[in-house]
Design a protein around this ligand. Structure first.
Ligand code: G16
Length: 599
């Protein structure tokens, strides 16, 4: 049967039909895939199963991933993020196909039309391949899926699976994974395992091996301020399960077969989702901590008065991380994605200089409009590094970061990673191979570790190579980011409070406004300005001007993951910031069709 015959078979229309209440509604792909209340999603997941098969066919039957999650959203929501062959987010041009399929009221016709028009060449090639392969191995659409811990995830997986099966795809079910783990699997599967083994052991093995290779070079001394205890908020989600594995590996594998320096990173998990009443992302997790600017529920009571403890929070699918601490007066300090990217980029730049590679490998930091003004000022005027600003959504940051040899990208909400271009990878790998060759001829009595540490170029190259292997380059990954941050703090013998001194954040506030149709708000200039409704931007500018703060800044944008408009403001003081944020909320409410309570 040709692929078109398959599409024309009645099976396509029979399953998971669109509920009547959605026949006249349009839903869009959003910042990170379709996302809404889980009870409305089974038919969407089914259609995403069909789309994943089309995408695989158009990528020569490479593996395409589907992560079933609504990440930072409440437990009742769910959604799906589709993953392209190299582990990055679904190519943007395909978001339009996804929307067409989901919004169609005649699924079979829309599928047929896609196959006969936009995707014609690929479908024909696929059919030709089937003919050639008739007697041998038959290439099918290859799909992998995984899900987070939400109660709705398994049923939605079944709907997705049905969609894949209807188009004769082959599906691997990875079960419970974090989003970045699924991205990693997809990349491994499509690159003949050269990125790592496509299973959970392979994932942890890659991260922990790289971690130990760096950790074992660090000299810990009693004067150092690095805190080896880290208290991790698992957001009551999948990240908690995965932190348990990571923590066990770090403390057991630890120094069995690696040179010991006697110091271990101790992770202490809380909000693990296993206590009565625990609810995913509820009063905990990275989004709660960042938006509310306060610690999550269940923060461990720590006995050691006077000692500052280091905390971090993951989000519901473990692709975000933020750090924080309380000082002796219990004042809360947040180290968000901006602080993470600046410490990472600072360290990487020093390593590039140390390895004498700074003239060969350039570095850039990618941010969004939410980046704190102080961070951008620090990057541009103190670090003297290029800071790019792009619209919200990891997909946008990822593409921008790909334009540089090393692109460090983080959203202020803690979602981000580091990308190395092929050129940067090969320069580092080649130089490292030369280094290893030289190390084979070491005189007797000279320890490898000493030989590396006693020379700045050798040391910087060694660390660059292993630090890069500790990064999940497919997408932001809370576990990999955690290890990279801890290594950098340990290498710099830096406490979390020292790290916070890098620069001082301007006070900021993020609020939400509910309006009738959030799509009436149109933005430009990387979402920093509004073009519609027409008078909104001028009036917003006026509020900023009259705010009484020279540093004041504010913008509004429709969320791509929740049915709200987000409002962001920053200014010299928290009081002025809060006032400005509130005024802007009222402006949006009045000019863009607010519903419910006016702020
Ligand atoms: C997703 C995206 C992020 C984005 C966040 C909020 O995060 O992956 O890039 O910052 O949504 O987006 P919005 O403001 O459009 O709602 P996650 O962690 O929820 O997948």
């Amino acid at each position: 049967m040709s692929f078109l015959e398959l599409v024309n078979s009645n099976k396509v229309n029979e399953k998971y039909q669109k509920p009547e209440e959605f026949l006249n509604k349009t839903i869009s792909y959003g910042t990170a895939g379709f996302r809404t209340k889980a009870v409305y999603l089974d038919w969407v997941m089914y259609r995403m199963g069909l789309l994943a098969c089309l995408r695989s066919i158009c990528q020569k039957c490479q593996y395409i991933g589907c992560m079933i999650t609504a990440s930072h959203n409440p437990e009742e929501d769910n959604g799906c993020k589709l993953v392209d062959p190299l582990g990055d987010m679904l190519e943007e041009s395909w978001e339009a196909y996804a929307s067409r399929l989901v919004n169609s009221n005649n699924l079979q016709e829309t599928l047929k039309s896609l196959c006969e028009n936009e995707l014609k060449e690929w479908i024909e090639e696929y059919d030709r391949e089937q003919e050639v392969n008739k007697l041998g191995r038959i290439q099918k659409p290859n799909i992998v899926a995984a899900y987070d811990t939400r109660p709705s995830s398994v049923a939605l997986f079944e709907a997705f699976k049905t969609g894949v099966e209807v188009l004769d795809g082959v599906l691997i079910n990875y079960g419970l994974l974090s989003t970045p783990q699924l991205h990693y699997m997809v990349r491994c599967l499509n690159t003949n395992n050269s990125y790592g083994e496509p299973n959970e052991d392979g994932y942890f093995n890659k991260l922990t091996t790289a971690f130990f290779n760096v950790w074992s070079m660090i000299e810990f001394n009693n004067n150092g301020k690095y805190e080896t205890d880290l208290y991790v908020d698992g957001a009551n989600g999948i990240g908690a399960d995965k932190i348990k594995i990571l923590s066990r590996l770090i403390s057991t594998v630890s120094f069995n077969d690696k040179p010991s320096n006697g110091t271990i990173l101790n992770m202490h998990l809380f909000n693990d989702g296993k206590q009565p009443g625990d609810k995913l992302n509820h009063l905990c997790g990275a989004d709660f901590v960042k938006v509310q600017q306060k610690p999550p529920n269940n923060l461990p009571e720590l006995k050691d008065e006077g000692k500052i403890s280091k905390f971090c929070s993951l989000d519901g699918d473990a692709d975000r991380i933020v750090y924080y601490y309380l000082d002796n007066e219990k004042k809360f300090y947040l180290l968000d994605g901006d602080k993470i990217s600046t410490i990472i980029a600072t360290h990487l730049r020093e390593l590039l200089v140390g390895a004498e590679l700074s003239d060969k490998i350039n570095l850039c930091i990618v941010q969004t409009a939410y980046a704190n003004g102080s961070s951008t000022n620090f990057i541009e005027n103190v670090m003297k590094v290029k800071a790019s600003c792009v619209p919200t959504g990891v997909k946008h940051l990822h593409h921008e970061a790909q334009k540089f040899d090393i692109g460090v990208y983080f959203e202020a909400n803690g979602h981000g990673t580091i990308l190395l271009s092929e050129k940067a990878e090969s320069i580092i790998e080649e130089r490292y191979a030369e280094l290893m060759k030289k190390s084979e001829q070491l005189d007797e009595g000279i320890e490898f570790k000493d030989w590396i540490k006693n020379d700045k170029v050798r040391y910087s190259l060694y660390i660059l190579k292993h630090l890069k292997d500790c990064i999940n380059q497919t997408v932001g990954d809370a576990l990999s980011d955690l290890l990279v941050v801890e290594l950098i703090l340990a290498m710099r013998q830096m406490s979390i409070a020292d790290w916070n001194l890098l620069y001082t954040d301007l006070p900021s506030r993020q609020l939400k406004v509910t309006i009738k149709d959030r799509n009436v708000i149109k933005t430009y200039d990387a979402e920093r300005r509004v073009s519609q409704p027409a008078e909104l931007q001028d009036k917003l500018d006026e509020l900023v001007k009259l705010s009484g703060s020279k540093m004041a800044r504010s913008f509004v944008r429709p969320s791509g993951t929740e049915d709200v408009v987000r409002v962001y403001a920053e200014a010299d003081t928290q009081e002025l910031t809060d006032k400005l944020a509130k005024q802007v909320c009222q402006l949006v409410y009045d000019l863009a069709g607010g519903v419910g309570q006016r702020h």
